[in-house]
Design a protein around this ligand. Sequence first.
Ligand code: ADP
Length: 550
Amino acid sequence: MKKVSLKTIYLVALSAVFAVSFLMFVLFDLQSQQRQTEAAMLEEARTFAREMDAVWQFMDNSQPVINTTTDGIYEFKGLHCSRVGKSVGALFSKGSDYTIRYTNFNPRNLQDEPDAFETKALEKFNADAAVTEHYGVTDFQGIERFRYAQALEVDKSCLECHGEPAGEIDITGKAKEGWTLDSVGGAISIVIPLDQQQQAMRDNVVRDVAYFLFITLLIGAVVYAVTTFFVFRPLDRMKLAFADMGEGRLAVSLDDAHAAREISRLIERFNSTAAELHTMYDHLEEQVESRTDELRKANAALERQRDTLERLNVELAKETQFKSDLLSMVNHELRTPLTSIITFAQISREACPPDRASERHSWEEIEKNSQILLAMINDMLDIARSDAGSIRTACEPMDLGDIVSSVRGTMTPLAQKYDVAFCTRVASDVPLVNGDFEKTQRMLENLASNAIKFTPDGGTVELRVDVGEGGVRLRMIDDGIGIAPEDHERIFERFFQVDSTSTRKYNGSGLGLALVREYAAVQGFSVSVESELGQGSTFTITIPSDAIVG
Ligand code: ADP
């Protein structure tokens, strides 16, 4: 909805108040002027009536004088009060717009017959003796006039000519009407022209209206000027100042010199808000600048870090390349000759005659240590492959019985060498499982070689496979030196070896169990240990039920 301006509302309200009060004033003034005019004419008519009454009275009182000759003889001259009164009225009326006459029902002269207004007045007087006047503005001979009728009281003097008995001939030669003192002796009827009064009334109304218009317009103009000066102008200035602020010019301050108190307070509030905003904005700019500076610095630091990282990346790539070269070198340059050494040592050992025990022993040592070296190299290569993410895992059905046989084949000679009994047991209900044959075999070989290694002479190591809670269990159980509970987790870390003199005498790289856990993880298996120092150890590989074939 479109908003109407305060100025428009103000002007419309002022105009409405002005129009309503103007209308009310005109109506009120017209009525008041009419009432005043009527009152003035009534007073005028009454004066005429009193005048006529006075003439009447005078003539009545003067009858003895008029009708007595100088000789003192009564001689009726015919100048009785009725005739003189009527004649004075007729004479008065003749030269002016006024009419003064006598009227009554059944008058002695036909010209005194009452008209409609007079008839009504006479009827009222006859009906109620208390009513002695009747007046109003009404039509007279086609023109609006003020008309007035006053009842004529009958007194004793009237009865001489008009009293009882009715029909008797009075002194004027006319028949008496038979009136009593209670009768209404007719009415004096007065007609007063309205022109002058109406003109005066119109003049008055015009003057009053003009005065009213002048005063109200003056008041309106003063009110409008005052409001404009003290309210609208400061508001307009505030509007402009707000627009300035909207465009970002916050350094605005309004002058409240000519504002009303309320507007002045508003301006004060506006000025303080603008000042606060200005300060805040400045502060904000500073903050933005300092943040931008910080960001710039952080960006520069990041840039430097990126450069460092790029440098490191290059170095890392070089190192990776070096590692990979080293691995392939180790793979080719160490394993190949080691395998040859082992083979030649075996051949030489077997070819050694029984009487040369010391030479045979030397070949055995060479073979044993070369085997250890080869195992260590294999472990390291596997770990390196795992780090490089290049371990490939097969997932195919495998018979755990076959794996166990294979492990038994590899481990039995070692066990014999360490004088440890190595036995295997596979439960008849063990199903085929999905997994990587080679890796499972390596895991079991690592566990078995550890178990043999850490079991004193005459001890026992058993590989047991059965179906238990959570899937198929492959357990390597020994009655060797055992592991302290605090080391149960750490033995799976790379290069960790239980640091005690008793274990340090055993050779190894500390990578075997780490590889077992990694091989288990890539196949979805889990590995755990239960052991106590001096009580032997049980390592369990659990193959989950969902890996069971079928
Ligand atoms: P290592 O090459 O030293 O055998 P492993 O990772 O295979 O490395 O084993 C880590 C350590 O865990 C071993 O050095 C040993 O202290 C301990 N350990 C492993 N298996 C056994 C076990 N069956 N009995 C006692 N200690 C064991």
